[in-house]
Design a protein around this ligand. Structure first.
Ligand code: SF4
Length: 332
């Protein structure tokens, strides 16, 4: 059966703006969008540019927008897309500049990955760990006996070690749309992955401190897109929430985001109500309050200003239980 592919074309050196070019291809059972693009490139138009490598959803190279949704082209069946949309629209990933057609410049993405130090730091030295092996210099071994207990945080719902760096989450991230410097879901999921690795020995918590600076873990907007669009079933947003918990528990609370969380917990714990003015002051100080004024003014114009002092919570029992669960009893 014949079907249409509408590809976004753009050469920044010669084109003023992107345009679309339509191709007709022949479907066969099991054909993927990547198969279709390879066929078009080899038989109809050799100038169409896109990345690809493994064709097995392992390398992450062929991530692109397919009918408006970021996906791996090698994992996407032509028949499914045609049944749903009647055509296959292919566009480059968002949040990165286009080099040509469907190929984006990945530099900013990989710079952010490098920023979180994606490798094991230091050498773990505890006796129990080294009992089974005489470690050679530079070796970091994890024993099977450790696997279940020590790696469980890495293999839970977040599944962060399975990341293939495909950039699907980065392309759909609302945080990066609003702030180009935001580290983004993949880098922060990797930060979590290394901070939970039992072989790592980041004694000073330098990764977590680095990730807690502006543009880091506290700049996530919790849109959940990273979880929704990850082709490997990873949940960067859950990993980021765990990094929030970890940084508060380790008293890494120098950033406005962490101060905000601690202040909310303290305000409710101490007085049984949320005091918005106090929270705003404790989160950003006088400068923060002044910086927030335009936003508050805009919210006021739209009738969206929250009450400055919320209602008193009469029954604090549930709150006490939640604080206990979260290890926040010192805030009560
Ligand atoms: Fe791709 Fe998922 Fe890794 Fe993001 S977390 S880069 S979507 S594999």
């Amino acid at each position: 059966m014949e079907f249409k592919v509408r590809a976004c074309r753009f050469n920044p050196e010669t084109d003023e703006k992107p345009y679309y070019k339509e191709y007709t291809a022949e479907d066969y059972p099991g054909m993927t969008v990547l198969n279709a693009l390879i066929k078009i490139k080899s038989e109809l138009d050799g100038t169409l540019s896109f990345r690809r490598s493994c064709r097995s959803a392992i390398c992450g190279s062929c991530a692109m927008k397919i009918n408006g949704i970021t996906k791996l082209a090698c994992k996407t069946q032509v028949s499914h897309e045609i049944d749903k949309f009647g055509i296959i629209n292919v566009e480059p990933l968002a949040n990165m500049p286009v080099i040509r057609d469907l190929v984006v410049d990945q530099e900013s993405f990989f710079d952010k990955i490098k920023e979180i130090k994606p490798y094991l730091l230091g050498q773990r030295e505890d006796e129990a760990h080294n009992r089974f092996h005489a470690l050679k210099e530079g070796e970091k071994i994890s024993q099977p006996v450790y696997y279940k207990s020590e790696f469980q945080n890495l293999t839970g719902n977040e599944d962060t070690p399975n990341c293939i760096l495909c950039e699907c989450c980065y392309s759909e991230c609302g945080g990066v749309v609003g702030n180009k410097n935001y580290l983004g879901p993949a880098a922060l999921a990797k930060l979590y992955r290394y901070s939970e690795d039992p072989r790592d020995n980041d004694k000073n918590g330098s990764r977590l401190v680095g990730g807690s600076k502006p543009d880091g873990i506290w700049d996530c907007v919790h849109c959940q897109s990273c979880e929704e669009f990850c082709p490997k079933g990873i949940s960067p947003v859950k990993a980021i929430v765990k990094l929030h918990e970890k940084s508060v528990k380790n008293s890494i609370t120098f950033s406005a985001g962490s101060k905000h969380v601690v202040s909310i917990a303290r305000s409710i714990g101490e007085t049984g109500r949320l005091d918005e003015v106090k929270v705003a002051f404790e989160s950003g100080g006088i400068t923060g309050l002044i910086n927030d004024l335009p936003m508050a003014f805009g919210a006021g114009l739209k009738g969206k200003i929250p009450p400055l002092r919320h209602k008193l919570i009469k029954d604090m029992e549930d709150i006490r239980l939640a604080y206990k669960e979260l290890d926040l009893e010192d805030k009560l």
